[in-house]
Write a protein that binds this ligand. Sequence first.
Ligand SMILES: [Zn+2]
Length: 297
Amino acid sequence: MLATPRLQGSTFPAILPPVPELPEVETVRAGAEPHLVGRRLLHVHLQRPDLRWPIPVAAVQGLVGRRCTAVARRSKYLLLHFDGSGQPVALVHLGMTGRFLVEPCAEPGPRPEYRNHEHWRFDFGDRLVRFVDPRRFGALDVAAGARLATHPLLAKLGPEPLAADFDGAFLHRATRGRRVATKQLLMDSQVLVGVGNIYASEACWRAGVRPGRAAGSLTKAECAALANAIRAVLQAAIAAGGTSFRDYVGVAEDAGFFARELAVYERAGAPCRRCAAPIRRAIHGNRSTYWCSGCQR
Ligand SMILES: [Zn+2]
């Protein structure tokens, strides 16, 4: 559903900047949860009727007066659950440059001026959620709680990489007969959600698998190693508070610096940390792919 965004003009580099991936969104979710759960949404302010897609204005305004019961995540969607009739859920996607900022504020009291590119606010009284997104690839939608799983943006998603239904056996089944490159398959949200370019490259390195290998050629052992590697890189990044891309981080705006620990991503020409061979880089489908020429097969 989230097709590769089309950039206008030629002012952007061919290599897209890193976008928030699962660990960044999980960091925002975990940071926002204690501030929002139990609080009542007092006002919604929409500065524009659309972001990447039209915003369902009436449904969003219908959240006013309800209490937030949970801040969850599915893939890279933040899910704000509310109580009352229909138990609606607000779906928020950060797109490429979105920030979901949660700020304390006095209630009652004056509200801060709008920032540049601040497109909507959820006012919870003594907490303010501000959505800032310069490039407007983000999204805001509302679903009835009972129909959340069949929402068009969520219905076709594969399993969560950190959930129990994702493991080497699953990956082995999912790759049979597939000629697509392993890294590309890992980034296919219908196979598996939340593994973007950075973490797919890192997981392939950890597992010793070349990212360009045909997915169908992976052995059971390699699938098990890849599944473990995907979990490990995501968990390490979540523990570090997402990567260093502080522009996407909400809440306190103080993301950790996981980037220093990356093994291959943006390390072209540098020595591999496992075998000292040079890290290679190639462009596949507008995305950089990194791998070690020595220890990835
Ligand atoms: Zn190596």
